[in-house]
Design a protein around this ligand. Structure first.
Ligand code: NAD
Ligand code: NA
Length: 399
């Protein structure tokens, strides 16, 4: 069938398998162009492996370090005339390319928050790899059913205390307007958001993997966080999601204790703001990203998820002298180029000036829009969208 993008707000309801394949190939080519990562990981579990930072982590490990990878994600194949999800097509493309390169790659599709998926993953590691030496935790989800209590939590994206008013953009139309977001009404909203996006599930994974004996001596685990500029603090770092990120960051201490006898270490890496399915759902942030992209592209420091993950592996987690550079709070920072003073000063200057009228000139809204469609396999250079596409793509390792 001919597949076209169909959007509802910040969601794209369709995805293009050929575009996804080309996008994955482009990421692989980038990683290869950077050369092999010395002392890189060899057996890697990626939780949240189908899109965004998780997919790029998997590609960086496989094609930068010849790693065997197991990817866990929650995606849908095509069924009855309905397209599969982008993450499904990405994962099919990844496995195809990995297998062609002689690399082990298998995937598990289901709810990573559940005990059942953890058990299936452990069984697969035992059967095929024995142990893993890196666990990447890259889930982004609006809800979580707690595996022990069955309680279903929904996260909220809200400020805490005061209402927050700032500019925001509809990236489809380019209209800039003011938005006011009311603060949480109760502590429960905060607790629910922490339950979904905080560190408990990461801890459950590492506990289960350790108890099953499938973590190698010297194992590393990394989860991803975000800080960003002051102008987004009320909705991000000081908002409900920021409380969840604080909880995730605190989990590092707990996991380091847990991993001590394995000589293992856990890290949180603070990543750059990028267009992903998750970040496009946050108000204000897409406008900030469109200004940030413009400034960083002009300075030649712009990165996408694959550039970020390649740099995380080669320049932070697996450095030649084995040292992992950390900030004063013990976190890896690959948001360093985003947070550079000159970059932030320029973004702040543009932020004051940005209106519907000035947007096309002073922002990279066009780049934002294109990257958003790229996430779903659309507008990828070199793909013939007029050609019939087969939406029934299989992920080789999934029946
Ligand atoms: P994403 O939406 O692209 O990826 C989320 C992944 O989680 C997908 O693979 C999806 O299948 C998987 N997933 C979601 N729910 C699941 C479930 N119940 N079971 C199994 N898999 C599930 O998101 P992303 O932007 O790459 O975010 C990954 C991490 O990076 C998050 O912790 C996010 O906060 C962080 N981060 C994002 C940004 C940004 O700007 N996008 C910046 C810094 C940090
Ligand atoms: Na991800």
């Amino acid at each position: 069938m001919i597949i076209q993008p169909r959007t509802r707000g910040f969601i794209c309801l369709t995805a293009h398998p050929d575009g996804a394949l080309q996008a994955v190939k482009n990421q692989i080519e980038y990683v290869k162009s950077k050369g092999k990562i010395k002392n890189g990981p060899k057996k890697v579990l990626v939780i949240g492996a189908s899109t965004g930072f998780g997919l790029s982590s998997r590609i960086a490990a496989a094609f930068g370090s010849d790693a065997a990878t197991i990817g866990v994600f929650f995606e849908k194949p095509a069924s009855e005339g309905k397209m599969g999800t982008a993450g499904w097509y990405n994962s099919a493309a990844f496995e195809k390319e990995a297998h062609a390169a002689g690399l082990y790659a298998k995937s598990i599709n289901g709810d990573a928050f559940s005990d059942d998926i953890k058990r299936q993953t452990i069984d697969l590691i035992k059967k095929d790899l024995g142990q893993v030496d890196l666990v990447v935790y890259s889930l982004a989800s609006p809800r979580r059913t707690h595996p022990k209590t069955g309680v279903a939590y929904a996260s909220v994206l809200k400020p805490i205390g005061e209402p927050f008013t700032n500019k925001t953009v509809d990236f489809h139309t380019g209209v800039v307007s003011d938005i006011t977001i009311s603060p949480v009404e109760n502590e429960e909203d905060i607790a629910n958001t922490i339950a979904v996006m905080g560190g408990e599930d990461w801890k459950f994974w590492i506990e289960d993997l350790k108890n099953a004996g499938v973590l190698a001596d010297g194992v590393k685990t990394v989860a991803y966080s975000y800080i960003g500029p002051e102008l987004t603090f009320p909705i991000y770092r000081n908002g409900t999601i920021g409380q969840a990120k604080n909880d995730l960051e605190k989990t590092v201490t707990v996991l380091n204790d847990l991993l001590k006898d394995l000589h293992g270490v856990s890290y949180v890496s603070v990543n750059k703001a990028l267009v992903t399915q998750s970040s496009s759902a946050i108000p204000v942030v897409p406008l900030y990203i469109s200004l940030l992209y413009k400034v960083m592209k002009e300075k030649g420091t712009h990165e996408g998820t694959i550039e970020q993950m390649q740099r995380l592996f080669a320049g932070r987690l697996y450095t030649e002298n084995g040292e992992v550079p950390l900030d004063a709070d013990g976190r890896i920072r690959i948001d360093d180029w985003e947070m550079a003073e000159d970059v932030q000063a320029e973004v702040a200057k543009y932020w004051d000036k940005v209106t519907t009228e000035t947007l096309p000139d002073i922002s990279d809204i066009e780049g934002y829009r294109k990257e958003f469609f790229n996430l779903f396999g659309f507008e990828i250079d070199g793909v013939d969208y007029k050609k019939d596409a087969n939406e029934n793509v299989k992920i080789p390792s999934i029946e």
